[in-house]
Design a protein around this ligand. Structure first.
Ligand SMILES: NC(=O)C1=CN([C@@H]2O[C@H](COP(=O)(O)OP(=O)(O)OC[C@H]3O[C@@H](n4cnc5c(N)ncnc54)[C@H](O)[C@@H]3O)[C@@H](O)[C@H]2O)C=CC1
Ligand SMILES: O=C(O)[C@@H]1CCC=N1
Length: 274
């Protein structure tokens, strides 16, 4: 891999998912430092993956060439101000994973023109099946772009975006989307239990069905998803009865509205994080 040293600011869900994927994929753990104010989560990462850890964002930022910002969006500006005061930020590349915190807000907080990349990963990065959208500022060099791509490619697939606003679109399409599937699977799990399956059986039946369906989409690239659906659906049969219920319940509109809500919320957050 092209990268030298990487700092992860914040040891929460998203950064932990990326660290897990990165180290599992062979990246040298002693080249990774994670900072978090409270010790529990960073100690767990250190115990599990042998990465370095610290309570100090400054120590982590000074350690690395690439700094991944994985704190809540409203904290990004504070963290950047803190780092900017004590670190040679013009020689670093910052990669934010935050939803709803614009490049302009980050630049203002740094007070200098720095190499900034906004990304939108998702939690399946933890098992190497992530999707990450990336958008780079003008200051980012081709080498830094290649490094960011190598980082996020080590945990899944990447998609470079031409416009910053596409980051909001990709939040709706993939960043938030694992939760849409989890919600659907939860509803199925509950129903399976009400039909008499144990909790364990229900989970197993639902997870294997979801896995099988996703794998069929992946393995049948020549077939549309609609075709795969039709292949399950015998005319007048059980699947048709179930699907009609979804259609009558307005599933298309519901999904459309849900994804618009994610998009709208990302824009709203960006306004409040100015
Ligand atoms: N969870 C997800 O599926 C995704 C999250 N994101 C983005 O990732 C970012 C983090 O989200 P999560 O990991 O879900 O949140 P989280 O709450 O799990 O993690 C945030 C971590 O930052 C730490 N922290 C708080 N203040 C800090 C400071 N001043 N310096 C260093 N660390 C500090 C917290 O202790 C916590 O461990 C957010 O900006 C979110 O928009 C992006 C894509 C997907
Ligand atoms: O819910 C959120 O705001 C973050 C961004 C995408 C997934 N989780």
């Amino acid at each position: 891999m092209l990268m030298n040293k990487i700092a992860f600011i914040g040891a929460g869900n998203m950064n932990s998912a990326i660290i897990t994927g990165l180290v599992s994929n062979g990246f040298t753990p002693s080249d990774v430092m994670v900072s978090n104010p409270s010790p529990e989560k960073r100690e767990k990462l250190a115990d599990n993956y042998n990465v370095l850890h610290t309570a100090s964002n400054i120590e982590a930022a000074n350690f690395a060439d690439t700094i991944v910002l994985g704190v809540k969006p409203y904290l990004i500006a504070d963290v950047l101000k803190e780092i900017s005061d004590q670190v040679d930020v013009e020689n670093k590349c910052f990669i934010s994973v935050a939803a709803g915190c614009s490049m302009a807000t980050m630049e203002k907080a740094l007070g200098k023109t720095c190499a900034l990349i906004r990304t939108m990963p998702n939690t399946p990065s933890q098992i190497g099946l992530g999707v990450t959208g990336l958008y780079a500022s003008d200051k980012v060099t081709d080498e830094q772009k290649a490094q960011a791509d190598a980082l996020m490619s080590s945990v899944g697939i990447t998609k470079w975006l031409d416009k910053e606003s596409d980051i909001d679109n990709i939040i709706a399409v993939s960043g938030s989307a694992p939760a849409y599937f989890f919600l659907f699977m939860e509803a199925m799990e509950h129903k399976a239990q009400s039909l008499g399956f144990t909790a364990e059986e229900s989970r197993k039946l639902v997870q294997q069905t979801a896995l099988g369906a996703a794998e069929m989409v992946v393995k049948n690239a020549d077939l549309s998803i609609a075709q795969l659906r039709e292949n399950v659906t015998s005319k007048g049969g059980t699947t048709a009865a179930a699907l009609n219920t979804f259609v009558e319940g307005g599933i298309d509109t519901l999904v459309d509205n849900a994804m618009d809500a994610a998009l709208h919320r990302a824009k709203e957050m960006a306004q409040s994080n100015v």
